[in-house]
Design a protein around this ligand. Sequence first.
Ligand code: AHR
Length: 489
Amino acid sequence: GQATVTVNAARVTADISPLIYGQFIEHLGRAIYGGIYDENSPLSDKNGFRKDVLEKVQALHTPLMRYPGGTVTKIYHWKDGIGPKAERPVRRNLIWGGEDNNHVGTDEFMTWSNQLNAAPFLTVNMSTGTAEEASDWVEYCNASGDTYYAALRRKNGHAAPYNVKYWGLGNEEAAKEDAGVLQDPADYVKKAWYYAKLMKLQDPGIELIMVGDDEHWNKTILEGLHPICNYISLHLYAGSQPGKTNSLFSSVAKMEEKVISTAAQIKALTPATLDTFSKWYRFPGRKGPVKIALDEWGIWESGGKGAYGLEQTYNWNHALGVASFLNMFQRHADVIGMATWAQTVNVLAPLMTDEKTVVCQTIYYPMALYRQLCGSRSVLSTVNCGVLPDTEQLPQLDVASSIDDAGKVLTIALVNRSATENIDVQLKVEGAKTRGQWTVHELNAPSMDAVNTLQEPGKNVVEHRTRTLPADTRRYAMPAHSIAILQVG
Ligand code: AHR
């Protein structure tokens, strides 16, 4: 096939938040226990965290880590997870099954996310918890005075406050099937205000994420909560029909539509009367525009293993889906403020563990490469190319472009989503003089079905090729089913 990619390096559309490369870890199945943490393993450090797993997560350079759920938030009480481990209560995990001895709690999570240099993002329990409990958690994490919970944190060995900035007001509160009780968006607004108030009175500097759902729910909660919340969350899980590789890209495109329609709802908001709110409640309202937090995004297919079938094997087609998602986040950088992949280890995850080793699934590689190479400002690009069969006219080639802070390095991220066709890509760069040679990072695998699994831990189907193209090059021959990140200065 043929394609023309036109990039206008001078048309910066938005800053790209580095927080789009976030991750999420939940008290669910083998995500934490047997995933990031195994106190009986020789592979673990003195705190019980698997060193081999930590190293692989570190290599993703994730700037943000969401915890403790997910749906488990609805039955999770943070006070169970602090203090001497032997004294912590063992609870049934009523959401996902199994028992939780709470040996990983707030302090352990903070120590772990600190080793990743990731900012913590905590979700509070709005179902079986209370606003006071959430407010106490803010105090435990962020207060520096002589108050009870700040002193308790110090007693537990953590002198300095954690300064947790991002707080989720519940999780999927519109979901009827969970332990949740809130199905009326107006009820959520009322309750969330109360939580927000008590939490912000503890620390006015925190940023809050309201929990979104469909358009009807979002309209009510955006209008009701935007004076006080910085983000509205959306959960985007893509999936495919068996044997139909292109159906995954159609699903990602549907997710993009959700982002677009939510962005329109945000734009339609009337300006917040922040002064009124801060006068009454003695804490500042939101500064800056409301952004979307994709605080769970991922690929969820039927037929996985483990708890609720969530241990999934991701093939190369899924890796191209991940790259398409990351392109989409860059294209909508004006409205997407953060995104956390669900989830980091074993559950819907790029990393799989057994007691002996950790394996990087196919999807790990685009996550790592995008984080490493893509620029901090989104620039306009368009593509003219063939369409993918059996889709709603989706382009074969998916494109997002960015430049770095200094405005010197242009990065073009390309995904050739065709399973069969190589593409001869013509590159047209406008709005900048490119002088140096091009560097191309190409990721590919033998086929769309190729997988990395724990059964063959030494085998990696993903090939990363780096090559250079002469400065005056305007053509790139892109192999079928590949991802390429092109850079020029
Ligand atoms: O990531 C798995 C689950 O998916 C989360 O707990 C929940 O929020 C979502 O439905």
